[in-house]
Each structure stands twice: as structure tokens, then as C-alpha cells.
Design a protein around this ligand. Structure first.
Ligand code: AHR
Length: 524
């Protein structure tokens, strides 16, 4: 029985009996009287790095482009992203951030200097998409800024001046420059990442060395926007580990507990890609249930990672003031044949949709500590929401999952208990189903059910404790095969379809198709 409760009290026991068959009903009980933490909408954040065609082509086509755009930002992409209610976008990297010098990306376009992007294909970085263009993009999609400042090859002065340029309301020289560049009012910067993977591409630092940098940056990189007070305060996010090992977290969190008044953090990042083994060799198309199962087994390790990091954080921060921020996650697969290997181009299948749902459910169960996450990456890179090819755009199965999960943004986690059962593929044993439930601000109950089994549908019989449910309706996403994708030739292969059920004697029965993600609301 899975008792899906927030974090520490979540209990997961898989039935190690015979694999499930369609005939095995799954009994699922939602108990609205047992509510948990708020599922912070920031767990549905995105990551957009200067990498491949993630920014140039994916977002920025330039004002002169025949592709319909608003001030250089493509309109089709903006419309698609608005439907996701993207809470925040992490930018400009990634590894790119630790080599980014913001001054090269402001001012008149014709005066901007071009540089190189040595991390990602060694291509020319024209710097035409810079600070003001990013903030305009956020404005167009209705999202908040999560900036990563350059700790690796920058200085505290450079980062502090970037923040002054962005946020000063008094007319300093930098604020005047911002006004001359078209934005007189200070910008709002909701989140600030201090470095990126500082143990690796960000400078191969030890935890102690990074900590000394963190204290300096945290002290001097100030937000001057007078509106950013109280709950609008800019939240500072420290670099955390890239796996389940806890030494780095120990160092940062111990220092946090004993911190001097002069520095502070509000989040600790962790990066975790689903790879199975490095270098990423699993194909994004043309695979079967074996690779499907291996990837899902690997992705479920997120639970262990979050649990281990949270335990260390609980030791030094029992009040859970510091959020665990999973600001890079998703499937990292082999690059598409014929693409530049430095561009990290991969297709996005129904497997990735199931993988996304399983991760979002883990974050939701840990909502009291995991208050932010950013899937890598938004467009054309890794596990993307959107793929573009010149004037064409397609929505991926992962996009549809993020759209279906919108009702969970800022909803309150509610206890759901069910017998997960098992799906067995060779030596691999996975939970057959997964589920979460939540109550939104209007009191409506929402349930998500993932059927992991690629071959068998699952009959879900559910009841709402203490309530006579009348009916349920929503959307379900499945596909002909585990590796089904949306392509430019066939963009509607994997799209959600409606699903509904009427109650009998207060119980609702829904049949969820194999390898599916389903989100329904319950009418009482
Ligand atoms: O998302 C691609 C890269 O993965 C990022 O730049 C880096 O932070 C991570 O290693």
C-alpha cells in the first residue's frame, strides 16, 4: 500500500506479488481531511540555457524575422508557454552562466560584441538575447526571473552591478543605462542562483571553497527594488550537490545553521538527470519496453536523492526555511543522429511524459522541502516542452504533462492511499501505478494517476473519505507505443484526450490506459 503523504511520513511499500493485470483493481482513497504542505507552483519551473537552439531559434528569432514575433520573441512559443503558467525560468545557464558576462548582452543590438560558447559546441554567441530581452520574454509569458550569477569566471562586483542595473530605482548610472535601454522601472528578480555546479563545470571547487564564495556573493549581490520586500524578497539559492551524496550539503547547511548576519540563503540546489549511465547513450526514439523500464527505474532514484538531502537539511534547518531546489532534472538521452552533439538535441516520447509525472509526484510528496524545480530544458534541448524547426513548432508529450498539472500549482497536498502493485520487466520491478491528490484554492479536489505498465490498463476504483463523490472528469495522455513522439510531420500523435466517470454508490471507477498520465477533478 502506498500512503502518499508529504515527505517524512510518506510510506511506500510495493507489493512483490505477481505483476498486475487489468483485472486487478487498484483501490485508491483520497482523504481531504488529511492535508499536507502547499505544492509550490515553482516546482513547475523551467530552465533555458544558451545552448544549441534553446534560445536562438527556440525563443529569439529577431524583430526582422518572417516568423511572427514580438520584439524578436516568437509568438507561437509565447502562446504555448502561457498555457503552462510557467512560474519561473532559470537563465542564462547552466555551465554557460559561469562564463556569462552580462554587459556584453545589453545596449543597442549593433554594438553588442559576439563571444564564444565553449561549453556547447564552441559556436558564436552573438549576445543579441541578453538581459532586457530575457526580461521581455518573461513578461510576455507571464513568468518570474531566476537568474544565475557568474561565480566561476566572474567577480562579486560584476554580479552586484548586474543586480544594480536590474533593480535600482534611484537613478544611478546603471539605472540610467537600464532606462536608456528601454526599461525605466526596476525589474523584479524573484530568484538568484549563486553559481552553477561549482563542483564541476563551475570551477571544480571544494565545498569549503565554494562556501567562502557564497558568503561573499550573498552579502554583496543586492536587490534594490523597493517593491521586493516581505514575501516579494529575492530568494538566494546556493549550489548544492549533483547526486545523492551528502558531504556538500553538510558543509553548506552546517554553515547556514551557524551563519553570521552578513549572509543568508533561501534555497539549496540539487541537479539530477535521468541517464542510466554516462555518457548518455539511451535513444530518444526507436526503443522498447526494456529501455522504458530502465529509464523509469533510474528516474525513481529521485526519491532517494530528495529524501537523503532533506534529512541533512532537517538536521541543520528543522524549520525548513531553506528550500531544496531541483533546478536541473529530466531525461538526458543520446543526441539525435546528425545533430551537433554539443546541442543536446533529443526527441521526447510518451516515456518522457511518464517520467515527468513520476518526478513531479515525488516533488509534490516532498512539498514541505522541495519548493522549486526546473526541468532541463524549455525548448529544443534535453527533455524539452517545445521543439521548433524554422517556422514550425511542436508540443512534446512532456509539455502536455506540464499543462495537465497546472491545477496542482499552489494546491494543498492531500493524502491518497492505494496499492501500487508492481510492473515487472525482466529483473526490473517498478510500481505499477503512482498517484497524488491535492485541493486547489477553490476547494476542488484533483487526482493524478500514472499507469506505468506499458501493456495493461488499470482499473482505478476510488473513493473520497467522508464524501459521496458524484463524478470525475479530466484528461489522459497515452500513446500507441512507449517511444511514440510528436514530430513535425505528425504533431498530434501524443495529445491528451478527455476522460470521465460517474459514481456508483459514492465510488468512482476509471480505467487508465497503459503508459498513461491522467489528471481528473472530482465533483462532490
Ligand atoms: O543542462 C545541461 C547542463 O547540465 C548544464 O549546463 C549543467 O549545469 C549541467 O551539467
Amino acid at each position: 500500500m502506498v500512503s502518499a503523504l508529504p515527505s517524512t511520513i510518506a510510506l511506500v511499500v510495493l507489493t512483490l506479488a505477481a505483476p498486475g493485470s487489468a483485472a486487478d483493481k487498484v483501490h485508491l482513497t483520497v482523504d481531504p481531511s488529511k492535508s499536507g504542505a502547499k505544492i509550490d507552483r515553482n516546482i513547475f519551473g523551467q530552465f533555458a540555457e544558451h545552448l544549441g537552439s534553446g534560445i536562438y531559434e527556440g525563443i529569439w528569432v529577431g524583430p526582422e524575422s518572417p516568423i511572427p514575433n514580438t520584439r524578436g520573441i516568437r509568438n507561437d512559443v509565447v502562446t504555448a508557454l502561457r498555457a503552462l503558467k510557467v512560474p519561473n525560468v532559470r537563465w542564462p545557464g547552466g555551465c554557460f552562466a559561469d562564463e556569462y558576462h552580462w554587459r556584453k548582452g545589453v545596449g543597442p543590438a549593433e554594438k553588442r560584441t559576439s563571444t564564444l560558447n565553449p561549453n556547447w559546441g564552441g559556436v558564436i554567441e552573438p549576445n543579441t538575447f541578453g538581459t532586457n530581452e530575457f526580461m521581455d520574454f518573461l513578461d510576455q509569458i507571464g513568468s518570474e526571473a531566476y537568474l544565475s550569477v557568474n561565480v566561476g569566471s566572474g567577480t562579486p562586483q560584476e554580479a552586484a552591478e548586474w543586480l544594480e542595473y536590474l533593480t535600482a530605482s534611484q537613478m544611478t548610472t546603471l539605472a540610467k543605462e537600464r532606462a536608456a535601454n528601454g526599461h525605466a522601472a526596476p525589474y523584479k528578480i524573484a530568484f538568484l542562483g549563486i553559481g552553477n555546479e561549482s563542483w564541476d563545470c563551475g570551477g571544480n571547487m571544494t565545498a569549503d571553497y565554494y562556501l567562502s564564495q557564497l558568503k561573499i556573493y550573498s552579502r554583496f549581490v543586492r536587490n534594490f527594488n523597493p517593491a521586493q520586500v516581505g514575501n516579494q524578497q529575492m530568494l538566494k539559492i546556493a549550489v548544492g550537490p549533483g547526486d545523492a551524496s551528502t558531504e556538500w550539503t553538510e558543509t553548506i547547511m552546517k554553515a547556514y545553521q551557524n551563519r553570521h548576519w552578513s549572509w543568508d540563503i533561501n534555497g539549496l540546489s540539487v541537479h539530477s538527470y535521468t541517464v542510466v549511465k554516462w555518457p548518455p547513450s539511451y535513444a530518444s526514439v526507436g526503443f522498447g519496453v526494456k529501455e522504458y523500464s530502465q529509464m523509469l527505474k533510474s528516474t525513481l532514484e529521485m526519491e532517494d536523492l530528495v529524501t537523503k538531502q532533506s534529512a541533512v537539511m532537517d538536521k541543520y534547518d528543522p524549520q525548513r526555511k531553506v528550500a531544496l531546489v531541483v533546478d536541473e532534472w529530466g531525461a538526458w538521452l543520446a543526441s539525435m543522429p546528425g545533430s551537433n552533439p554539443g546541442f543536446l538535441v533529443q526527441q521526447n516520447s510518451q516515456r518522457d511524459a511518464v517520467l515527468a509525472a513520476l518526478n513531479l509526484n515525488i516533488f509534490a510528496r516532498h512539498a514541505d522541502r522541495v519548493r522549486m524545480a526546473n526541468i532541463a530544458q524549455m525548448i529544443n534541448v534535453l527533455q524539452a516542452m517545445i521543439l521548433t524547426s524554422k517556422e514550425k513548432m511542436i508540443l512534446t508529450p512532456t509539455y502536455h504533462v506540464f499543462r495537465m498539472y497546472v491545477p496542482f500549482q499552489n494546491a494543498t497536498f492531500v493524502r491518497v492511499t492505494f496499492d501500487a502493485g508492481t510492473y515487472k520487466q525482466g529483473e526490473i520491478i517498478l510500481p505499477r501505478v503512482d498517484a497524488i491528490a491535492a485541493k486547489d484554492a477553490s476547494g476542488k479536489l484533483w487526482v493524478e494517476i500514472t499507469n506505468v505498465d506499458p501493456d495493461q490498463s488499470a482499473e482505478i476504483e476510488f473513493e473520497v473519505a467522508g464524501v459521496k463523490a458524484k463524478e470525475a472528469s479530466g484528461e489522459t495522455l497515452t500513446a500507441p507505443k512507449v517511444d511514440s513522439v510528436n514530430s513535425f510531420e505528425a504533431p498530434q500523435t501524443v495529445v491528451p484526450k478527455p476522460i470521465s466517470a460517474k459514481a456508483q454508490n459514492g465510488k468512482l471507477t476509471v480505467s487508465v490506459e497503459p503508459k498513461s498520465v491522467t489528471v481528473i477533478s472530482i465533483e462532490q
